[in-house]
Design a protein around this ligand. Structure first.
Ligand SMILES: [Mn+2]
Length: 414
């Protein structure tokens, strides 16, 4: 079926597919740089630590800023839609022979990322890196009872606020700055309160760094547990949500890999939208735990997109991808995940949300079920193809040929 026919079919249920395409073209989604090098970065030689882990050793990973940017460019060329760049502080780029620790990083260490983003019309989101570092003491950073440790990480957070504001000023687009730490305890602690009080006070100190709330959007991200910190996570769901609720200008960030496996973030999005002017998301795919598998066009991904679109919250929800798979071609991991979230958004935009809501309000659950099931088999593939065409991106699976060629010519020669 061609796009013209698909468009007619959708129009029968009141959906304007041209409009859906037009809206999606301008919705920014933040693309995480860390899929390209297994969350290593450029400021240390050690392994990834802090309760997260990459598995796999697929060849060709980026080891320098130039390689990572080249790989990002290849991936971006195969993704439809508007992108924003998401960078972690450990991706600071130093001149030859230069090095400063994380409490001393400055905007100049990220100038190359700004140049990269500006040339591609992208904003930048930022993340202090509270892991993979020798100043993580006994699995604790901002909640450490050791004042020197806590102070170091507070200074890191403040430096990141300054860098976030620099990103926003340079690109003209607000910077979402997300605070996540893997702070926690492997086994049953004797004090679950004071680490949280220290964590709270540390984040408050970080946020006291002067910044324009229209330019820097600080977030707190919760987690249920991490590797090596199974018994207690300091920045739990209740902690992060309460912190954001009680600190104006601080957004709650939900990572859909950071909850118990039967909880769904799709249901939490509207709950938070009832209270917060703005929220942030990390979109990932957990399998049994926070495994950070590549995002697919699956039921929960689609449900999350629906909650954003049908609540008219596309300008209130900051969407960012967060996953890392080292067992497959990393460019294709980036592309599959980004395209999947784009598909989910487009599908949500092609859903007759108003008429479905009406059926619910009239308690016409019979027709609601029938319609929701029928719409699943509408010719969505044709709308997707049209969207890719409009964006100048390969619509079919043939995009993989480009990745294979790049692997042959670039990745395998590293
Ligand atoms: Mn996350």
């Amino acid at each position: 079926m061609s796009y013209i026919d698909a468009k007619k079919k959708y129009a029968e249920v009141g959906v304007d597919t041209d409009r859906a395409i037009e809206i999606l073209k301008n919705l920014p989604v933040s693309l995480h740089c860390w899929q390209g090098d297994d969350v290593i970065g450029f400021d240390h030689d050690g392994p990834l630590t802090g309760g997260i882990q990459t598995t796999g050793n697929y060849p060709g990973k980026a080891k320098t800023p130039d390689e990572l940017m080249q790989d990002l460019d290849k991936a971006i060329s195969l993704m439809p839609g508007k992108k924003k760049l998401n960078v972690h502080a450990c991706y600071a780029i130093f001149e030859d022979g230069e090095f400063v620790d994380r409490d001393k990083i400055e905007p100049k260490h990220f100038k190359k990322w700004v140049d990269f983003a500006k040339e591609r019309n992208m904003g930048i989101d930022f993340n202090p890196t509270f892991f993979s570092h020798d100043k993580v003491k006994d699995n604790l950073t901002l909640s450490s009872p050791d004042e020197e440790t806590r102070k170091f990480w507070i200074e890191h957070g403040k430096a990141c606020i300054r860098i976030s504001e620099y990103f926003a000023k340079e690109t003209g687009i607000p910077c979402v700055m997300n605070i996540w730490t893997g702070d926690g305890f492997k086994d049953i602690p004797s004090d679950r309160l004071n680490p949280r009080i220290r964590y709270k006070e540390s984040i408050e100190e970080i946020l006291s760094e002067p910044h324009d709330p229209n330019l820097v959007k600080p977030c707190v991200e919760s987690k249920v547990f991490g590797i090596g910190v199974e018994a207690c996570t300091v920045g739990s769901a209740e902690f992060a949500l309460s912190f954001a609720a009680l600190h104006e200008g601080c957004l709650p960030l939900m990572d859909n890999g950071h909850y118990h496996p039967t909880e769904v973030v799709s249901d939490k999005i509207p709950a938070l939208l009832a209270f917060f002017p703005e929220i942030a998301l990390h979109i990932t795919r957990p399998i049994r735990w926070d495994s950070d598998h590549v995002v697919l066009y699956d039921d929960e991904t689609r449900e999350m997109a629906k909650e954003i679109v049908r609540n008219n919250a596309t300008d209130r929800v900051y969407m960012a991808l967060d996953y890392f798979d080292a067992s497959i071609n990393r460019i294709s991991a980036w592309v599959v995940g980004f395209r999947s979230w784009q598909k989910a958004l487009l599908s949500a935009l092609c859903t007759p949300n108003e008429s479905l809501k009406k059926l619910q309000d009239e308690n016409n659950m019979t027709e609601l079920m029938v319609m929701q099931e029928e719409i699943k088999l509408f010719p969505f593939g044709d709308v997707w193809e049209e969207y890719c065409r409009v964006c100048g991106v390969e619509a079919s699976f043939k995009w993989l040929d480009e990745v294979k060629k790049y692997e042959e010519e670039v990745l395998l020669k590293r």
